[in-house]
Design a protein around this ligand. Structure first.
Ligand SMILES: NC(=O)C1=CN([C@@H]2O[C@H](COP(=O)(O)OP(=O)(O)OC[C@H]3O[C@@H](n4cnc5c(N)ncnc54)[C@H](OP(=O)(O)O)[C@@H]3O)[C@@H](O)[C@H]2O)C=CC1
Ligand SMILES: O=C1OC[C@@H](O)[C@H](O)[C@H]1O
Length: 400
């Protein structure tokens, strides 16, 4: 048997998701049946101090020779790194990912990819110019559950998809939870609000069922109508966004298809953590596929056909093989004992791409990430949601 190849990661930022991702990264890949590669962490950087990066490396139990840096600039110069995971707030992704690409590093960049489509295009151009891998870290796309849903669609089980209803909302009680308005969920300086943070998943399900499942040469951008309600306390971050999309389709492919994507930080998809209400319904003339919350980390699907067939499936997330305490983005949500979080699948995809010489993700390429940013630009335009110039700019470098 051939030895697994090792992918050497550098971690840029040391916040909540950097911890979760890195713990997943270091889980034994054979627990999820992956034998061709393994991951290691060779360095982490914090913009605040070297000691914070040192603490981070200890906390994730990184190998003892992993390097700690007190700036992102030092990290990207480390010649031992194969790929950098960018885990700063979305406001900073453009500047931080560009820093990596300019330094010749492959990049896996957290969602939302950038603040706007212009920034996403610039990153894609730079990656192409430098012949580097670049992917938006929409982890859900790489879940076996997502692959299954797309396969049910492409194999025609529900007929051509006619309509998708997709929600990702959390009743976060923002005035109570973020009273100083500085948290990235509500802070305009960090491109806060529901749309870029949570709405990206509602749109992900719309795009991966209605757009990605079409043959590449027939995929067409949607038209859309949107309403945005801004969060009063900070003025310029949305507390709800509601989007109606229409995807043009040939008659043979089922004709025009519709979607409604909703997101909120005021109301919940699953009030009181009641997971029985589907967060996504993908509907065709022969039936529908339901996905159960959370839409970013779903664990259950239900296929309901008009002939009476009902197929329910659970999709447990394999683990590191021992008890774990994986942070779920907000305090207080932890996965079950022995479960992973599910971020390793996107890391496996990034690693496989490096080994195969691919420059983009298999299930989310740059063209689609840019198109989704264009959709979010249009939603913000129709809804009057504008962020500060310094985070909307494509000027690089800009100090934030
Ligand atoms: N895929 C997923 O499931 C999730 C993805 N995310 C995404 O990850 C990104 C980060 O979110 P999260 O980890 O929760 O955020 P945190 O606030 O917990 O961490 C962000 C980190 O970014 C660094 N940073 C650099 N500049 C700033 C700044 N001006 N303000 C705040 N932080 C800064 C800090 O690290 P340092 O001091 O070390 O430089 C900080 O710890 C977001 O884009 C979010 O959308 C978030 C949660 C879940
Ligand atoms: O990406 C995300 O998914 C998990 C959520 O808890 C988090 O808020 C969001 O950023």
């Amino acid at each position: 048997m051939t030895e697994p190849k090792t992918i050497r990661w550098g971690i840029l930022a040391t916040g909540g998701i950097a911890l979760t991702f890195t713990r997943d990264l270091l889980a034994d890949p054979t627990t999820r049946g992956v034998k061709h590669l393994k991951h290691t962490v060779v360095a982490a950087a914090s913009s605040s101090s070297k000691s914070r990066a040192e603490d981070f490396l200890k906390e994730v139990k990184a190998p003892s020779d992993a390097k700690a840096y007190g700036s992102y600039e030092e990290l990207v110069k480390d010649s031992n790194i194969d790929i950098v995971y960018v885990a700063t707030p979305h406001s900073h992704h453009y500047q931080n990912a560009m820093l990596c690409l300019e330094a010749g590093k492959n990049v896996l960049c957290e969602k939302a990819f950038t603040v706007n489509a212009a920034q996403a295009r610039k990153l894609a151009e730079k990656a192409k110019e430098k012949n580097l891998f670049l992917m938006e870290a929409v982890w859900t796309r790489y879940f076996p559950l997502s692959i299954y849903v797309r396969e049910q669609i492409t194999s025609g089980r529900i007929g051509p998809v006619a309509r998708v209803l997709s929600d990702n909302s959390m009743a976060l009680d923002p005035e109570e939870s973020f009273p100083d308005g500085k948290h990235r969920m509500v802070n305009p300086d960090l491109a806060g609000g529901a749309l870029l943070d949570l709405g990206i998943y509602a749109l992900t399900w719309v795009f991966q069922t209605l757009y990605h499942t079409q043959p590449e040469d027939s995929r067409q951008p949607p038209k859309l109508l949107a309403y945005v309600k801004n969060y009063e306390a900070t003025g310029k971050a949305d507390e709800h966004s509601t989007i109606i999309l229409s995807f043009p389709r040939s008659k043979e492919a089922g004709g025009e298809a519709h979607a409604v994507a909703t997101t909120s930080l005021r109301v919940a998809t699953s009030p009181g953590d009641n997971m029985d209400v589907p967060c996504v319904r993908v509907q065709g003339p022969k039936g529908e596929i339901q996905v159960f919350p959370h839409s970013f980390r779903p664990l259950k699907t239900k296929l309901i056909l008009s002939d009476g067939t009902v197929e329910e499936k659970d999709w447990p997330i394999p683990g590191p093989g021992k008890g774990s305490d994986w942070y779920n983005g907000f305090g207080g949500q932890f996965n079950a004992e022995g479960e992973g979080h599910g971020m390793f699948w996107e890391a496996d995809e990034a690693g496989s791409a490096l080994l195969e010489g691919r420059k983009e993700g298999k299930y989310l390429g740059l063209e689609e990430s840019i198109l989704i940013m264009e959709v979010m630009d249009e939603v913000r335009k129709q809804g009057g949601l504008v962020y500060p110039d310094k985070i909307e700019t494509t000027d690089y470098p800009t100090k934030l």
